[in-house]
Design a binder for this molecule. Structure first.
Ligand code: HEM
Length: 351
């Protein structure tokens, strides 16, 4: 049996550190990260510390309005029913005798189908949108390369090159600007990129913790707390960056105007001062308050959709009776900002 490729383990939460080489403060304790996320003078920034928007408040209001407009075209019951029926249909089509990849066969097409439904695209645009969603979702995989336990990675590397991703992005922008679709760019990205990445990590965590699966199957009323715990334990955002627009103190950090502030989201979510046995997945954990969807003025505007998707689809996934295929291994992609498994090999569980 090949060794299971291990996911990235977050660095332990600790007091603020100043990195002189980057002129940056690194915050990793839960309390420090929360305070920083709520601090208005810390602006959203690139990893180099450049502010991403000159007017953070207005940009947030615009993004929020776009996503709300998309979401309100389907009511909550319709959203949920679509999520469930698309997943049932995809799980019904997979090869139930041999191993298959949960991400490629189920999660990525599931999210692309939802996006197409929401976009009200005609058949030509729908086909284009599906191809673009797939292209962008797997674009990072060319850096992963083939591996002994996952020879299929070499075909990913050939299919998804940086050049073809640039082309896909340009076609997407043109389609969205043509106004033939009822879809905003943040919705496209959140729905077809971030959401399936998170569900891949969340379901992998469940497959690795069969005791927690048994608890959820026995007591489905645990699904809301399980969703928060999956977001905490299997969140895909590792790091968020901020630019200090003026001097500000956060616990022991005296942050000066212009400095970069690096917020270690995964470390904060695993801070033992806040979470008892943080390394354990506990679907009945009572104390939530993770920072996986941000916090404060820039908190994720898709958070309602994310929670609904996790609660609606996870019971269906669990009832499919799948187990990790131990002959193969998950493959990971991403960087210090985001990290998720883009291959999760599974087989039907033998009773
Ligand atoms: C599980 C999936 C998702 C995760 C883990 C996630 C995570 C996050 C995080 C951590 C932030 C805060 C960024 C910051 O503070 O700098 C954020 C912001 C945002 N999210 Fe999500 N998100 C997810 C899904 C979605 C979806 C489905 C949508 C759209 C429907 C969406 C739209 C946005 C937008 C537009 C912002 C920017 C808000 C602003 O800049 O003010 N996200 N997300």
């Amino acid at each position: 049996m090949p060794p299971m490729e291990q996911p990235f383990r977050p660095a332990p939460a600790e007091a603020p550190i100043f990195d002189t080489s980057r002129n940056a403060w690194i915050l990793s304790r839960y309390s420090d990260v929360c305070t920083a996320l709520r601090e208005h003078s810390l602006l959203q920034a690139t990893p180099q510390g450049k502010p991403t928007s000159p007017d953070a408040g207005a940009a947030h209001a615009r993004l929020y309005a776009e996503v709300q407009a998309d979401m309100s075209r389907l009511n909550a019951t319709t959203w949920r029913a679509e999520m469930e029926s698309v997943l049932h249909s995809l799980l019904g089509k997979v090869d139930r005798i041999h191993s298959f990849d949960l991400v490629k066969e189920v999660l990525q097409p599931w999210s692309a189908t939802l996006m197409v439904v929401l976009s009200e695209a005609g058949s030509v645009e729908a086909g284009q949108l599906r191809r673009i969603a797939e292209q962008l979702f797997f674009k990072k995989t060319h850096t992963a390369g083939p591996s002994k336990t996952n020879p299929g990675l070499s075909s990913f590397s050939r299919k998804f090159t940086p050049q073809s991703s640039k082309k896909a992005e340009a076609t997407l922008n043109a389609l969205l600007e043509s106004r033939k679709l009822t879809l905003s760019k943040p919705m496209f990205s959140g729905l077809t990129q971030t959401l399936p990445s998170f569900l891949a990590n969340a379901w992998l965590a469940l497959l690795q913790n069969p005791d927690q699966v048994a608890r959820l199957i026995e007591n489905p009323a645990l699904m809301p707390s399980a969703t928060e715990e999956l977001l905490r334990h299997a969140g895909i955002v590792q790091t968020i960056f901020r630019h200090a627009s003026k001097d500000v103190n956060i616990s022991d950090a005296s942050i000066k105007q212009g400095q970069l502030v690096i917020l270690k989201i995964a470390s904060a979510n695993h801070d033992s001062a806040r979470f008892d046995k943080p390394e354990c997945l506990d679907v009945s954990r009572r104390f939530g308050g993770h920072v996986s969807l941000g916090n404060g003025v820039h908190a994720c505007v898709g958070s309602v959709l994310v929670r609904m998707a996790c609660m609606a689809t996870t019971p269906i996934f669990l009832s499919a009776g799948l187990a990790l295929d131990r002959k193969s291994a998950p493959a990971w992609t991403g960087n210090t900002t985001l990290r998720w498994p883009f291959v999760v090999p599974v087989v039907l569980q033998r009773k």
